[in-house]
Design a protein around this ligand. Sequence first.
Ligand code: SF4
Length: 354
Amino acid sequence: MKITDGYILRRVADKNIVIASGEKSCKFRGILTLNDISARIWEYLKDNKTFDELLAYILSLYDIDEKAAGSDLKKTIARMESNGVLELSKEDLRNRVWNEEESSLAAYAACKHVPYTGMFELTPRCNFKCKMCYVHMSAAEIAACNAKELTAKQWLKLAEQAAGAGTLHLTLTGGEPLIRDDFEGIYTELSMMGFRLGINTNGSLISPRYERLFLKYPPRSMLVTLYGADADTYREVCGNPKAFDNVIQGLGFAAGLPTMLNIRATFIKDNKGQLERIRDIAHRYKSELAINPFVNKPLPGISADVENRRLSVGECIGVLEEQTAYYNKLGKNNEQKKAIVNSAFDGIGLGKPQ
Ligand code: SF4
């Protein structure tokens, strides 16, 4: 680590003052005051040094406890870094100790190259057959590829490895993950292993049995994707005539869980005119609806009608503009509503946490 070029330590009266010079003064217009120890650190870090070298230097100057010195040093470094006056090498970033005040656990894990979040696609099977689905396969299609789903035992083995590597957040998805006969067993084990679990689902299979399971072992979050505002649209888009009623029932169960519920809608040509009605449905359970008008191409061998059914660029923009206009109308000062519009334009499509 070293002091960033363009910052100067000045002595003014009996104070140590850091200011930016030249081009750097466009970025940093304030002043930073340093106590005498920090000023010594500053001088020492004009040349690139490691944390251990810096600690040894401080211990050679002052008669202080090594542990306390190390802790104070980390706070000083964090403060300098947050003000942009310190350049950290990749090695410094990797060795940095997590300080809750200055960074999230996720950011710290990223510095350490730890797979903090993960996603298990438990199955490519689904009880829907959406026209635009890029992943859905029937059991027969899986067999025709000479492929097999991983067993519960194999998933749990992978989970052990993930936990050992530092994964904390695990999203279970598919296909439709709730379609697996052994979902309850897999889910229970993962919950007992200490994962913070998320579930991505079409909502139609959230039965009273799963409601009981999720009340006992609540997932941290659940993302339910909607595909239409009525039974006819679900029949058209998802090929499942009972889907709509089941989804509405499932949403009711999901909304009663002690779980962060996110609702999203995917749009294709068949439902692009239903944004307002879908939003009304979502708002019965949640004050936010995220939208996703972007549909990927299918995996090789998947017989989805993606090219014909996905929205053109102009249609995607039309849906996004309609969503933006709606939330703009609710008032510019409503941060929650603005966040939803932002999520749509990010192309992420996920709702923000409640
Ligand atoms: S509900 Fe999701 S996984 Fe199932 S067919 Fe539709 S898009 Fe694919």
